[in-house]
Design a protein around this ligand. Sequence first.
Ligand code: HEM
Length: 464
Amino acid sequence: MIDVATASVRSTSEIPVAPSVPLLGSLPWMAIDGAGFLERVGAERGPIVRLPIGTRGMVMLSHPDDVRHVLQDAHKKYVRGGAGDLVRPIFGNGLAMSDPPFWLRQRRIMQPSFSRARIATMAVAMNEVAGRHLAGLRDGQEVDVHRFMLHVARDVILQTMFSEHLSPELLQLDEALVEIDRFIKTRMLLPFKIPLSWPLPGNVRVKRATETFDRILYGIIDRRERSGEQHGDLLDALMGARDADTGERMSTKELRDEVMHIFFAGHETSANALTFATLALTQHPQLWTELRDEVDAVLGGRAPGPEDIPRLVRTGMIMRETLRLYPPAWIFTREAAEDDVIRGYAIPKGTVIMLAPIAMHRDPSLWPTPRRFDPDRFAEDPTATAAGKTWAYLPFGGGPHVCIGNHFALLEIAIVLARLAQCGRLVALRPESARLQGASTLSVKGGLPGRFEARTAVPRASPI
Ligand code: HEM
């Protein structure tokens, strides 16, 4: 335990500060190129930097020891706090925005639904969705890769959650989620908060979308409860989930909130990873060849199942390197629930801490020549999420809040990449003009124009 009151503790104001201007602080830099800004600030100012953003400012950490301190060793001193307040009226209180004791109860109930074994059963649905979307591509067809991957990932979540093909009802639910997503993205960009109670057109639309989402989801839950039918999907798993010690289950409202959280935490992140993989593979065409050769050797035209994933070694390394260079969850935050000391500086209660995988993953002292896309970094431990550098590699976070969907995401990304390699390849058309966009997730600014090039004389994968 460190004594905050000791004389050797330096004041928070002595923490190196990022470039800023009066009133707006560092916001102009964050708005123009947040990812590049944090990468530069980390490299130039060091592992702890004060970011004058918002009324209270933030402290960015990018040293593995400090990150481990906040996320693991001293995690009880840090909470999510008000980070999700903007969207809480819509999202409710799900896993990704809550703190103990509520978070702990929910995590204990939900964890088994996301075990590796349970997620493995979802490979069939993931294959179905990937196969359906890829079958719709013609040789030479131009597509926006990001939009394509977003549709794939959205359908993967919907199908693994509800195991239904897109019925009219599910399409309505999907449209409602798209409307909510649009609302969040626009509001996040505003430097001020507009209350949801104001009768503005955007507020009215999002309220209607939330009502549609609730009506359909509660209807599905109710039908399942009354019929007792089992579908073997994620919704069944969550509906049947119990706390191992207390036997408690989630209320219908809690279930609703978690479904909404899973949808938002789990589709754009995966879609962005797949988009960045396409970008990197276009820039390194020999990797496309290696990927295709491995997929052919391991699968021989068969659809990939969960048991194949450990044997798709090169594919796994490409995936992990993509998540290093382009971490979709590029920043996330915590709030100090009590006074603390980090790197010798006082961290008073209420300080917002920014964890920035984008700065860590591109730090040359942790990753030599960090800007180079080099899957061989993961050669020694190709299946490890952390590549032996746990706290320097944080695509899925770390500590008790580590991404509950990490097995889901890694399986999904591997399946989509393998299915793609079996039927052709997606090529980014102007890879040199791709720019990073750091918002709620890290993505490619304005999308990624691409073209599908079909393979010839290759058997299409059969269903598993
Ligand atoms: C490449 C894809 C993904 C990335 C990069 C990613 C990243 C992350 C990160 C960094 C966190 C920790 C945030 C924090 O500590 O505050 C997190 C948490 C979470 N993720 Fe993911 N995620 C991905 C896919 C998924 C998927 C597919 C799902 C669900 C199916 C999911 C559901 C969640 C949930 C519910 C949490 C909150 C966990 C908790 O606080 O206990 N994620 N994710």
